[in-house]
Design a binder for this molecule. Structure first.
Ligand code: HSE
Length: 301
């Protein structure tokens, strides 16, 4: 039996569409046991009712991929998932399921794969590595797909950085959120994002949060996805007024995250009130940065 813990994450951080992310201290726990008959999947916690218990289950698909890749049988498995990460809110629940399944399966096989190999396998299930990298590595990550696989780097974010989130009580599927994006953008918008993404990464590397106000701005998806997240601009303004360092749609949404130093509770509450003024119920969350990534909690047998 193997038990692993995997963090949530916020992808598309600021201008880093499809590549820049931060790992969040909100977790799913995956337990994997081999040796029974057939497949048993038990799911508890946030959004459990909507998660499939058969071969479509993402944890199972990840376990199956690793076991078959390493030449082990995928027959006779019991998978137990305890979800702290609400699904389809832009907090990386799918990536956490995939990384949890992969890490557990690799541990069960005697830890044959490096973290890089796990990431390269994971993109076979989820083509965007931007939530996979922080789920696996923790901290602040930049991950890019190449023709050869995935290039990824992890940085240690400033120690006093906290994340205030407003989590709307509705689900938004990534496919639907991608469908509203344009096929092309202007050169000016591309330049706008490139400069700010460079500032964001350089600021993180230097431990300098003073750049975040400018460095978190985006023109590649916020303007288009605003139609799917009523009140997006009001929530951004509320976060800034309440003292946030920078604010961003989390992944494909609908959650909005704000990077904060001291006033994270006030910021989260202010963002939820702004959502409420736009007739959206949202729950406030204040999260630390997860700095460990996916970890093994227990292994027996
Ligand atoms: N970056 C993806 C998107 C979501 O915004 O569509 C996370 O993989």
């Amino acid at each position: 039996m193997v038990r692993v813990l995997v963090p949530a994450s916020t992808a598309n951080l600021g201008p880093g569409f499809d590549c820049v992310s931060l790992s969040l201290a909100l977790h799913n726990e995956v337990t994997l046991e081999a040796g029974g008959e057939g497949l048993e999947i038990i799911v508890r916690g946030a959004g459990a009712a909507s998660i499939p218990r058969d071969e479509r289950n993402l944890v199972y698909r990840a376990v199956h991929l690793v076991l078959t890749h390493l030449g082990f049988s995928a027959d006779g498995l019991t998978i137990n998932v305890s979800c702290g990460i609400p699904p389809a809110r832009g907090l990386g629940s799918s990536a956490a399921a995939i990384i949890g399944g992969m890490l557990a399966a690799d541990q069960l096989c005697g830890q044959k794969l490096t973290r890089r190999q796990l990431l390269e396998l994971a993109v076979q299930i989820e083509p965007h590595p931007d939530n996979l990298a922080p789920a696996l590595l923790g901290g602040f990550t930049v991950a890019v797909r190449t023709s050869a696989g995935v290039e990824c780097i992890r940085l240690e974010p400033p120690l006093d950085l906290r994340v205030a989130a407003a989590v709307p009580r509705y689900e938004l599927r990534t496919d639907d959120a991608r469908a509203v994006l344009p096929v092309t953008v202007t050169h000016a918008d591309a330049v706008y994002n490139v400069g700010r993404a460079a500032l964001l990464v350089a600021g993180m590397a230097a431990g300098d949060s003073s750049l975040l106000k400018t460095a978190m701005k985006d023109r590649l998806h916020h303007p288009y996805r605003a139609q799917l997240v009523p009140g997006l601009m009001d929530v951004f303004q509320a976060a800034t007024n309440a003292g946030a360092l920078g604010v961003s749609l989390s992944g494909a949404g609908p959650t909005i995250v704000a990077l904060c130093r001291g006033s994270a509770d006030t910021v989260a509450e202010s963002m939820c009130r702004a959502f409420e003024r736009n007739s959206i119920d949202a729950d406030p969350l204040v999260l630390e940065v997860d700095r460990s990534g996916a970890i093994l909690l227990e292994e027996t047998g």
